[in-house]
Design a protein around this ligand. Structure first.
Ligand code: PMP
Ligand code: GLU
Length: 403
């Protein structure tokens, strides 16, 4: 008798949730393929094309014959460009030996977690958190301990709450700032307090995901790893997807103490090897060039943030936090729970609301559960202004039909 295919699958993958950011974007594409005019606000990806000088560098890389395997942790001159960037923008003092380049920040995070976490170890994740953190910790057979901020405290949990979550099993604290999904940004003072937590807990590392570094509307970005007393206790994650509009190119990187960078190099050498040669050559140009295109994009995102905040004022029951960075609105929407659609379907969860909005307004969003906050939905504002206006008008219209 033929075995059921799913019986062959490992518990590892069976227990893993599909990425809901990717899942909702997939649903949007399916609907679009059926001919619907879908506005996809579920995927966190800049709608801008990659700046021309970076594309030119990629074309030149091909012509120059960069078509061979690359060193697992990245070309030395790319690592040097990353060290220069870390020093210039973040006051982080790294040498090439501290840098590992990967196929996206997602892989940099996975490398770090897989290198630090044994079965039963704990990772304190500051929530609401980015969707993949939890699943990566599960993949390493670790236990995620979520410490969440609320809209009342600007989506930043108290430092005392973070410290209280640390046990003798804790290996790391993991967070993104600017945050996906909330757009909250840790201030210098808050990072100083987090540094004190690390000092008081000498066996715990911090993993600082700074992928939205440049998409910061409030002022300067600060890096935890730049605080002298914890320089050797922080893994700084970054990448080119967001700040340089290079999501499809797949380039992330980390700066870490040598012992951990070596381990990430080793693990990556058995999984994927070095990331794409052409992408790496283009990344050198991106990091070493004038940052004007990046800052111009940030300006556009800020205008769009203000636009969607304004538009959502007209939508009853959307309780907004004003994001200081990244490109997401994360409204609290529990006002709609218990309401019925014209067809008589009750909205019980954020997923119900997202599906209602997708099916009735053809706008895709992501339920907050994916980020550990079941009363919210995430709406990306990395889309053209006209599309955002149209999307919010449609959302407002279909939500007004719930009673
Ligand atoms: N961290 C955060 C907070 C993200 O939102 C994302 C998704 N873009 C990533 C990491 C992964 O980025 P990438 O793999 O495209 O570099
Ligand atoms: N990180 C982006 C998001 O949150 C892209 C999708 C993904 O990699 O999960 O939407």
């Amino acid at each position: 008798m033929q075995t059921e295919t799913t019986q062959l699958l490992s518990q590892r993958v069976l227990q893993m949730e599909e990425s809901q950011t990717i899942g909702m974007a997939k649903k949007a594409r399916e609907l679009a393929a059926k001919g619907f005019d879908v506005i996809n606000l579920s995927f966190g990806e800049p709608d801008f094309p990659t700046p021309q000088h970076i594309k030119d560098a990629a074309k030149k890389a091909l012509d120059d014959g960069y078509t061979f395997y690359t060193p697992v942790a990245g070309y030395p001159d790319l690592k040097k460009a990353i060290c220069d960037k870390f020093l210039r923008d973040n006051d982080l003092h790294f040498n090439n030996e501290n840098i590992v380049v990967s196929t996206g920040a997602k892989q940099s995070i996975a490398n770090t977690i897989l290198c630090l976490v044994d079965p039963g170890d704990e990772v304190v994740i500051i929530g609401p958190y980015w969707v993949s953190y939890l699943e990566i910790v599960k993949l390493a057979e670790g236990n995620a301990v979520i410490v969440s901020g609320t809209i009342e405290n600007q989506y930043k949990p108290l430092i005392s709450e973070i410290e209280a979550a640390i046990t003798d099993k804790t290996k790391a604290i993991l967070y993104s700032s600017p945050s996906n999904p909330t757009g909250a940004v840790f201030s210098k003072e808050e990072l100083e307090q987090l540094a004190d937590v690390l000092v008081r807990n000498p066996n715990v590392m911090a993993i600082a995901d700074e992928i939205y570094e440049y998409i910061n509307f409030g002022g300067r970005h600060y890096s935890l790893g730049a605080i002298d007393r914890v320089r050797d206790r922080v893994v700084t994650i970054n990448g080119l997807s967001k700040g340089f509009a290079m999501t499809g190119w797949r380039l992330g990187y980390l700066g870490a103490p040598k012992w951990l960078a070596d381990a990430c190099d080793k693990i990556q050498g058995q999984f994927t090897s070095g990331t794409c040669s052409i992408t790496q050559r283009a990344a050198i140009t991106a990091l070493n060039s004038d940052m004007k295109p990046t800052f111009d994009m940030t300006q556009r995102f800020k205008i769009r943030r203000d636009l969607v905040l304004e538009k959502s004022k007209d939508i009853p029951g959307f309780v907004n936090f004003i994001p200081d960075g990244a490109f997401y609105l994360f409204p609290e929407i529990s006002y709609y729970f218990g309401k019925k659609s014209p067809e008589g379907k009750t909205i019980e969860t954020a997923m119900d609301l997202c599906m209602y909005i997708l099916n009735e307004a053809q706008v895709s969003t992501v339920p907050g559960d994916a980020f550990g906050e079941e009363n919210c939905i995430r709406i990306s504002f990395a889309a053209a202004d006209e599309k955002l206006i149209e999307a919010f008008d449609r959302i407002k219209n279909v939500l007004s039909k719930l009673s």
